[in-house]
Design a protein around this ligand. Structure first.
Ligand code: FAD
Length: 299
């Protein structure tokens, strides 16, 4: 919402939030800069169908003469981006991460090559569609709740019917994980990873590791994060026994909150950390896990 609000400021216009399906407290978006909140409460929107959702969003975008339509850079947002752009005859950019500039030319930026370079795009069409990378801007309260308007556009019948919903057991894949517990060479040996897995389990987090750990076979390669591994943007990244080399940071430093546990107070990772614990991870990690378990039991 904050990104939409700031984009509207750049364009000298207003920010309108659109919520789909049965959404509680949609008016709260006013606190984060929406001067108008529109909800389409049609039950058909409670299940994601990119064609039906595209129709709903495009209808509202046309009705309010939206100049920029912003969706999340999630799996669903990516499915909507191209369809919306086609429907609205708009130029689109996927994965933007900075508020646009508009000095006569409307420009947006994305990270490329694992964050080592920045690509800048100018969108020349009247309507623009953007998908926004998670954790690109910090939410900021700038107003107060607003009344929610309802809209009831004619929506196409979904051509998808859900026969069965199966909940996947296990952890969220690393690229989509919002909580990640990661460890490095400070773990000393693969058999010590139990404390990391226990902490991840308590948090419902996904495990990750530094590159040397994967290279030596202590952990599977798909867990390796960084410049040559997976680039992630979780809400929480806990790094235990990782020094914070630049190649590691390239893949994780867009995380919203970074917690570093390292026995060396000079470890470079502390410069990037929101919270740092100087201490022996074999002492700190189990204690953190116990404290979290206690908190969960009491709340
Ligand atoms: C071209 C290139 C690409 C690379 N790509 C990547 C990449 O994608 N991802 C990546 O991770 N690396 C990458 N690297 C490697 C990178 O440069 C570092 O060597 C690597 O990240 C270091 O891993 P580490 O922090 O686990 O190990 P180390 O650098 O050995 O750090 C271990 C840390 O653990 C701490 N520690 C030790 N014992 C304890 C304890 N008991 N309690 C608490 N802390 C402890 C130490 O103080 C130290 O800070 C790349 C390198 C190159 C040249």
């Amino acid at each position: 919402m904050t990104y939409g609000y700031r984009t509207a400021l750049v364009l000298g216009t207003e920010c309108c939030a659109l919520t789909l399906g049965n959404v509680e407290s949609a008016g709260e978006l006013g606190k984060y800069g929406a001067s108008k909140v529109i909800n389409i409460g049609d039950d058909v929107l409670d299940n994601f169908d990119s064609q039906v959702h595209t129709a709903a969003i495009a209808e509202v975008a046309n009705n309010i003469n939206a100049s920029v339509v912003i969706v999340n850079h999630s799996a669903q947002g990516k499915a909507l981006l191209g369809r919306l752009a086609a429907r609205l005859n708009a130029g689109s950019v996927s994965g933007v991460n900075e508020v646009p500039t508009n000095d006569g030319a409307f420009r947006v930026k994305t990270n490329v090559f694992s964050g080592k370079a920045i690509a800048q795009y100018e969108i020349k069409s009247a309507v623009k569609v953007l998908s926004l990378m998670g954790n690109s801007v910090q939410p900021e309260e700038v107003g107060s709740p607003v009344a929610v308007e309802t809209a009831s556009p004619d929506l196409p019948t979904s051509r998808v019917s859900i026969k069965e919903v199966k909940t996947v057991e296990g952890t969220v894949p690393l690229p989509e994980a919002e909580l990640v517990v990661s460890a490095g060479r400070g773990m000393k040996a693969p058999e010590n990873w139990g404390i990391i897995e226990d902490l991840a389990q308590t948090l419902g987090a996904t495990t990750a590791c530094s590159r040397p750990v994967a290279d030596t076979g202590w952990r599977p390669h798909h867990e390796h994060v960084g410049q040559t591994g997976v680039a992630i943007r979780p809400n929480l990244y806990i790094a235990a026994g990782i020094s914070g080399a630049i190649q590691h940071l390239a893949g994780v430093n867009n995380s919203k909150v970074i917690v570093v546990i390292n026995k060396d107070p000079e470890a470079p990772f502390f410069k990037e950390a929101d919270y740092g614990v100087v201490g022996d991870l074999f002492d700190v990690v189990p204690r953190l896990n116990e404290a979290l378990k206690k908190y969960k039991a009491e709340n």
